[in-house]
Design a protein around this ligand. Structure first.
Ligand SMILES: [Zn+2]
Length: 391
């Protein structure tokens, strides 16, 4: 038995040494099962990890297949998250092999007494990233894990303030609550709609939204925002299933929720729509912001022929002066015409309510403290401009 295993290992090593083609995927573990060698364990057994597959390439080498939650086409946000446990000894070689996307997120190591970004060597086609990790126990993730517990803390912190309520708008397919924070008087005429985390890997946008919301809470508390004039509905975690399951893009219904506005086929978007439909007629959305991440800091705003003079004034008053105001968080403002029926929140809120509806995009790799600091300033200016806009 022992000799047989040595021969098998030697065969695999020899095959690996003389061939540049990757090992066949038939050697991969079942989704979510993880894999192991004598000195190594790879696992996907925690919140935020996908039901990933891996391949043992050698005693101290493994490949993680970075695969989307449903068949392509899918937006190339190749999220990965796994943990490993390696017996004392030399570094372990890791390969990320992407299905349907190029390398996007630098792997971050957490554990083994360290927190650092891991330098990678990319294949020519950028479909493979190679790096090494130290012996010990650690997590490797595409971004920091920003999970339900952090939203819970945010909700609890804000809901402890006067005039802030925590609402359950509906339920996801997995049975997670679709939760919202409500601030201000429920009959205040002007409603601010804030959405976040439709797309699970977009953690920098979540950091920006967290800080933006905390600041809005402070502005109610210090009287800057009149609760009789303005109310806020904020849904910071629109896609709880996708975040918990480590999806690239979709909810558990295999749909991009930011293509479902106007169609309302999914429970998460339906939950928000139902709440909006129940509003008294005297209450009207004034502005919608949806927090996301992309490769740079920017705001997607309406195309020139989709806005009114007043909306253009609001944009010029609020965002134009801020593009270079925050060190480490310079951003651009990009106009994007609506594709009718495209189902983005930006297009649907603009069309349905005839209001400014912007996508707040934070860069994947932005410094988190800079993003959070900028979001506070952007929130201050937002409220000041909004008061003129509706006044
Ligand atoms: Zn997004």
């Amino acid at each position: 038995m022992f000799a047989k295993r040595i021969i098998l290992a030697a065969t695999i090593l020899a095959a690996g040494a003389c061939s540049t083609t990757p090992p066949p995927q038939s050697l991969a573990s079942a989704p979510g099962a993880g894999c192991a060698s004598d000195s190594l364990v790879v696992a996907f057994d925690f919140e935020g990890a996908p039901a990933g597959r891996c391949i043992i390439d050698g005693e101290r080498a493994f490949t993680v297949l970075v695969e989307p939650e449903h068949a392509p086409p899918i937006n190339p946000s190749p999220w990965f998250a796994f943990r490993y446990s390696a017996a004392p000894g030399s570094d372990v070689s890791v390969t990320l092999r992407y299905d349907g996307a190029d390398h996007r997120y630098p792997p971050e190591l957490r554990g083994a007494g360290q927190l650092r970004e891991l330098p990678v060597t990319l294949s020519d086609d950028e479909r493979e990233a190679r790096f090494t990790v130290p012996a010990g126990d650690a997590f490797v993730t595409a971004q920091e894990l920003f999970l339900a517990g952090r939203y819970e803390a945010l909700m609890a912190e804000l809901a402890a303030r006067d005039g802030v309520r925590r609402l359950t708008l509906g339920e996801s397919i997995d049975g997670h609550p679709v939760e919202a924070l409500h601030m201000g008087d429920p009959v205040a005429p002007h409603l601010i709609v804030l959405l976040g985390r439709a797309h699970p890997p977009e953690v920098s946008g979540a950091v920006a939204m967290e800080s933006f919301l905390q600041r809005i809470g402070e502005l109610y508390a210090d009287g800057t925002i009149d609760p009789g004039e303005f109310q806020v509905i904020a849904v910071p975690l629109l896609n709880p299933d996708g975040v918990a399951r480590g999806h690239w893009r979709a909810n558990l219904g295999e749909l991009d929720l930011n293509r479902d506005w106007g169609h309302f086929t999914q429970p998460e978007t339906q939950a928000v729509k139902a709440w909006l439909d129940d509003l008294p007629e005297s209450v009207r959305p004034a502005v919608m912001l949806d927090f996301h991440s992309t490769n740079r800091n920017l705001f997607y705003v309406q195309g020139a022929d989709e806005t009114s003079a007043e909306q253009e004034e609001f944009l010029a008053d609020w965002l134009v002066p801020l593009t270079a105001a925050y060190p480490g968080y310079e951003f651009t403002i990009e106009r994007r015409n609506a594709n009718p029926g495209s189902g983005t929140s930006k297009n649907w809120f603009n069309e349905f309510y005839d209001i400014p509806a912007y996508t707040y995009e934070a860069a994947d790799e932005v410094d988190r403290e800079a993003a959070a600091a900028a979001a506070r300033g952007i929130a201050d200016a937002f409220i000041a401009s909004l008061q003129d806009f509706v006044g």
